[in-house]
Design a protein around this ligand. Structure first.
Ligand code: GN1
Ligand code: MG
Length: 385
């Protein structure tokens, strides 16, 4: 077995202190930071335990420090997670699920005096993908997210807290962006003129999903709201989905939020923060595969307007995220972790390049959604409208 080494002794000490609060007193071995998320900090923490034959074995846990700038009410967030994971577990008791440990005080989080807010769950050995060209796996990810939403279809959205208010309210995201451009607190707006102009030009189309909801034409569901493909864990051997993770934003939302966010992330030819905007764009094969999996699980339960909204939702979510990245760039990178100075601007540019390509392919995307939905419902939603 390979034994990873802890790089930062202070961090190792902190993680052990947190572990003890969650009742883990076994000898500490090491930790690794898992640098995938852009908001929370995540660590795999390894302890030495002895098994039933008194043989030493490594047991790992996943420890996360919640970003309380992004999640202002982390206790409510953990209450949502508790309720949602329990609800899911009851529906599929034999399947692997996320299990959050309790502290010695009985809460599923640790809130420290210095403001640190921590949680700990089971570590699931698995494969994850941020870019995936294996269409079968993309289809399976679509199924996993579709099924996740359907499992929660009878869950009363009114009982969930909004962990981030107006998270996918694209109109509000635009309003914030426009107001921050006006204030331009650190003088960066002029370096993003082209990006600002584009986003403002397509504002109405980008807000289509939000507007359809405001007009009462889309139902509110319980949605995941952060459906990056790396939030599906795959079995290392079978390469089949094991579990959907990252439940921080599970709250009332629209079907297009999950579909659109997944597509804008998984079907882009390049990584989300690529500088190679010339290559950014929508891979229609990946789009098709994701739509196939997602609609297989959901189409029969969706309204015609929901199905109609799906292709557009990808454009909406790409623009919404571009607006969020750009806003963070303009206000001084307070929300998303950055790895270099103009990281958020680079991210925004990449989403814009993707959005532009989606616009060109919108007819094809609509056609694919219609065909696939037809396969899994009684008729063509266009014809039934
Ligand atoms: C954030 O941290 P991560 O990767 O789970 C963000 C998502 C964005 C994503 C972009 C709570 O997710 O909305 O789509 O970055 N999550 C939050 O990479 O804001
Ligand atoms: Mg997330």
């Amino acid at each position: 077995m390979s034994i990873p080494l802890s790089k930062d002794p202070m961090m190792a000490e902190t993680l052990q202190r947190v572990g003890r609060q969650f009742g883990i007193n076994a000898p500490f071995l090491s930790y690794e930071e898992i640098k995938v998320g852009n908001v929370n900090h995540t660590y795999k923490v390894n302890y030495i335990l002895s098994d039933e034959n008194h043989m030493a074995r490594i047991k790992s846990y996943l420890v996360q420090k919640i970003n309380t700038y992004a999640f202002r009410e982390p206790v409510f967030l953990m209450e949502n997670i508790d309720n949602v994971t329990e609800y899911i577990h009851k529906q599929q008791p034999t399947k692997l699920c996320l299990h959050y440990y309790r502290t010695v005080e009985g809460t599923n989080y640790l809130s420290e005096e210095d403001g640190g807010f921590w949680r700990m769950c089971n570590y699931i050995p698995s494969l994850t993908f941020s870019a995936c060209k294996d269409l079968e796996m993309v289809r399976d990810a679509g199924k996993a997210f579709g099924q996740f939403q359907m499992m929660l279809s009878d869950y009363d959205p009114g009982t969930l807290h909004y962990t981030i208010p107006d998270f996918h309210n694209t109109r509000k995201r635009y309003q914030t962006l426009i107001s921050d451009i006006r204030q331009d607190p650190i003088g960066r707006a002029q370096t993003a003129r082209e990006e600002i102009d584009y986003l403002l030009k397509v504002q109405d189309q980008a807000c289509l999903l939000t507007d359809l909801y405001t007009q009462g034409r889309l139902p509110l569901r319980v949605t995941h709201n952060d459906t990056k493909i790396n939030n599906v864990l795959f079995d290392e051997q079978t390469r089949k989905p094991l579990v959907v993770i990252d439940l921080d934003t599970v709250m009332p939302g629209l079907v297009g939020h999950d579909f659109g966010d997944a597509v804008r992330f998984s079907a882009n030819y390049v990584e989300e923060d690529s500088r190679d905007t010339a290559r950014a764009g929508l891979d229609l094969n990946v789009f098709w595969a994701f739509a196939e999996g997602f609609l297989q699980k959901t189409a029969s339960k969706l309204t015609d307007t929901e199905i109609f909204s799906l292709a557009n939702s990808c454009f909406c979510l790409a623009c919404e995220l571009a607006a969020r990245f750009l806003d963070d760039y303009i206000t001084g990178d307070k929300y998303f972790h950055i790895h270099y100075q103009d990281h958020n601007l680079v991210r925004a540019r990449c989403q814009i390049a993707l959005a532009k390509d989606m616009m060109k392919k919108m007819d094809a995307m609509q056609g694919i959604v219609r065909e696939v939905a037809k396969k899994y419902t009684a008729g063509d939603p266009e014809e039934r409208k």
